[in-house]
Design a protein around this ligand. Structure first.
Ligand SMILES: [Zn+2]
Length: 320
């Protein structure tokens, strides 16, 4: 619809390389800790910081959605595994990132709970939804958890504290208002909700959703509209650079959309965006999203966007 699906912003590569340089400088200190976490998590995807394009195919199996959760769910808390009680030294030291894996694989079995209404400030919405799936049955909830966990590995290697809204460790939910509250309570420096879209099959591409100005009931997005817009642009740029996925051709403009109906954004008091990584009902997007190597690239792009937001000089930040 926006007709911009073939844009390939070359200048974004330079941003990425700059990030890589910063990260390489931090690597000697962070690598040991990162390796420890990799060993713990059983995820040998060495592309995390230094070589995002080189994803070793053999270390991420296609059956990852069923095998990874059990391994990672063994972590004692949703924040950091026991082997790394303090964040790894890196450029994101002292920063907290909230990652919200959209939906929950268990929602499908808890329709009464997730259909209950919650207050999102300017109205009421369902607590949560089941999410969509590919035609072949790969669920959005499995997709979002897998990508979110990959993002976590990368961000922790860069020194961030990462908080999840759910980690496959609860039977359903949380509700959208609680998803916002978890980020608020964590005083997250940035927050992202990871999704795959369920649009008509003819549509393809990804888009990032940013909060609209909402002042209604308990929703007040005044303080987060500007920083969330900056976060949204950076996530869009880095996601496209990492994946090559075109902007959505059915929604938004230049890969960006603004919405006032999402409780997860309305109720957030920390900079937050959603990313719809692709349309799971579209055969091309579905094929990519089902591929663990592509999901690693998606995670890389999301992590790079968050990192760019958190490491941009304050002057640029105040400029909005
Ligand atoms: Zn979703």
């Amino acid at each position: 619809m926006t007709g911009t699906t073939d844009e390939r912003p070359d200048n974004r590569r330079s941003t990425r390389f700059r990030l890589t340089v910063i990260l390489c400088a931090a690597l000697p200190m962070s690598f040991a800790g990162w390796l420890g976490w990799q060993a713990l998590a059983g995820d040998g995807s060495s592309s995390a910081a230094a070589a995002p394009a080189a994803v070793p195919a053999q270390v991420v199996t296609p059956t990852a959605p069923s095998s990874r959760p059990a391994t990672l769910a063994a972590a004692p808390s949703p924040s950091l595994p026991a082997a790394t009680p303090t964040p790894t030294a890196g450029p994101l030291n002292g920063r907290t990132v909230l990652i919200d894996p959209g939906h929950n694989p268990g929602n499908v079995d808890h329709s009464a709970e997730i259909n209950s209404q919650v207050d999102v400030g300017n109205g009421h919405k369902e607590c949560d939804t089941t999410g969509t799936s590919t035609d072949a049955g790969y669920s959005e909830a499995d997709y979002t958890l897998d990508v979110s966990r990959r993002v976590r590995v990368i961000l922790q290697a860069r020194g961030a504290k990462v908080v999840f809204t759910q980690d496959g460790d609860r039977p359903w939910g949380p509700c959208v208002d609680e998803r916002a509250k978890i980020g608020n309570d964590a005083h997250a420096d940035a927050a992202i909700s990871v999704h795959g879209d369920g649009a008509p099959a003819s549509g393809s591409g990804f888009h990032v959703i940013m909060p609209a100005q909402v002042n209604a009931g308990k929703a007040d997005t005044s303080a987060i509209v500007a920083p969330s817009h900056r976060l949204g642009v950076l996530v869009r740029d880095q996601f496209q650079a990492a994946t090559g996925e075109p902007y959505s051709n059915y929604l938004g403009e230049q890969g960006l959309d603004t919405r006032s109906d999402l409780g997860g954004l309305n109720l957030s008091v920390v900079p937050k965006v959603f990313i719809e990584c692709g349309n799971m009902r579209n055969p091309g997007d579905a094929g990519r999203m089902t591929d663990p190597q592509w999901r690693q690239k998606a995670a890389q792009g999301i992590a790079d966007g968050l990192t760019a937001f958190l490491t941009t000089p304050a002057a640029a930040r105040s400029a909005g």
